[in-house]
Structure formats: C-alpha cells, structure tokens
Design a protein around this ligand. Sequence first.
Ligand code: DX5
Ligand code: ZN
Length: 223
Amino acid sequence: MQDYLILPSLLSADFARLGEEAEAVIDAGADMLHLDVMDNHYVPNLTVGPLVCEALRSYGIKAPIDVHLMTKPVDRLIIDFAKAGATNITFHPEASDHVDRSLALIRQHGCKAGLALNPATSLHCLEYVMDKLDLILIMSVNPGFGGQTFIPSALDKISRVRELVTSHDLTVRIAVDGGVKTENIGQIAQAGADMFIAGSAIFNQPDYAEVISTMRKQLLCAR
Ligand code: DX5
Ligand code: ZN
C-alpha cells in the first residue's frame, strides 16, 4: 500500500499543539506531513514560515515534510525551507517568474520538487519541465483555506496528468489537495492520483487512526 501516500494537512491541526498533532497523525499511520505556507499576498490567508518547519524537526518529527508554498515570490523561501528540514517543496507556477530556475533550486538544495496547479491553471506549464518534477499537485479547491468542497473537474485533470506522466515514462507523483475525504478518496485514486492531502477530514475527527485506516481501505477497494 505504500505506493499510495496519505498526508494530513497541518492547516487543520491545533496550532497551539502543533508538535503533538504532527506526532499524533504520524503515529496514526500517515506517511508524510503537509505544511501549507500562505503569505496573505499570493493567497488571502497567512500561516507559517520556515521557523515552524524547523521547530517541528527540533521537536523530534522525523517523518517527511511536504511543504506547499502559496507565496509569491518563492525562491528565498525554497532555500529557507530546505534548510529548515523540508523534504518536498511545491510552488505554484504563477508565483515564480522563472519556473525552471525555481524547480532547479529545489533539487539543488536536496529536496524533491513539485508544481501545484490551481483549478483554472492549464497543464501547459508542465510541458517543458516534466524532467524537473518529482510531484505534480492538483488543487481540487482554490488555495487559501481548509474545509472547502472538492471541485469535480479536478478528476478529469488528474486523469490527464496521469496520461502525461505515463507517456513520458516518468515516476512523478500525482498529489491532490483540497476536499479529500473518506467518501471520495477512492474515486480520486481511480482517476490517477497517488498522494492524498487531507486536512479537515482527518483533524476534525477525534480518532485520526480510524480516518486514515478507512482511507486506506477505500484505496484498496479502488485498485
Ligand atoms: C488549501 C491547502 C490545503 C488544505 C486542505 O489551500 O493547500 O492543503 O489544508 O484542507 P482540506 O482537506 O480541509 O480541504
Ligand atoms: Zn496544501
């Protein structure tokens, strides 16, 4: 089952107990932590910077940290998050004037590189950078807030990205972010995603392990 990754989004965690919450979801069976970085400029919300990523590492979090930059610009933060212990760094193509350079910067600093596509962003931006990507993140809500409803057109987009990845014979992960729940995770997997980011669906329930194991059961049925 490790070819399907479940990533709780810390955006819906209790920020006053972030270290404990991160530990709890990993103990509950999550594969990675998803950290949403918002700058009140690229998106209308403000969250955390590299200090918080570093604090999670100092607290003892060893699990991979998947950093989702919803900031503009991105290059300085790429370097700072790499130093702060990020595993993956993903940004939105609209937020960098030089997408190719920003992607290269992520790998130069020892992290895996991702591009995040908003609901209205076309797949054209992937065309000349496929070999520089470790993951493609399909946004199934408009970025900025947790707890929004999954936009159904994301399913067709995921399928098209899966075809693209297969036709290039690459091992690029396809992540989906926004409105992922136990009820739709199977359908999202069938469309072609293999990395599932879920915030409110996990953190708004009292038993994280139960939600994650239900998600794994749904993924097993979707095969
Ligand atoms: C939205 C963030 C998501 C968000 C998902 O901008 O990128 O990671 O936390 O939250 P849910 O799963 O509640 O839609
Ligand atoms: Zn995110």
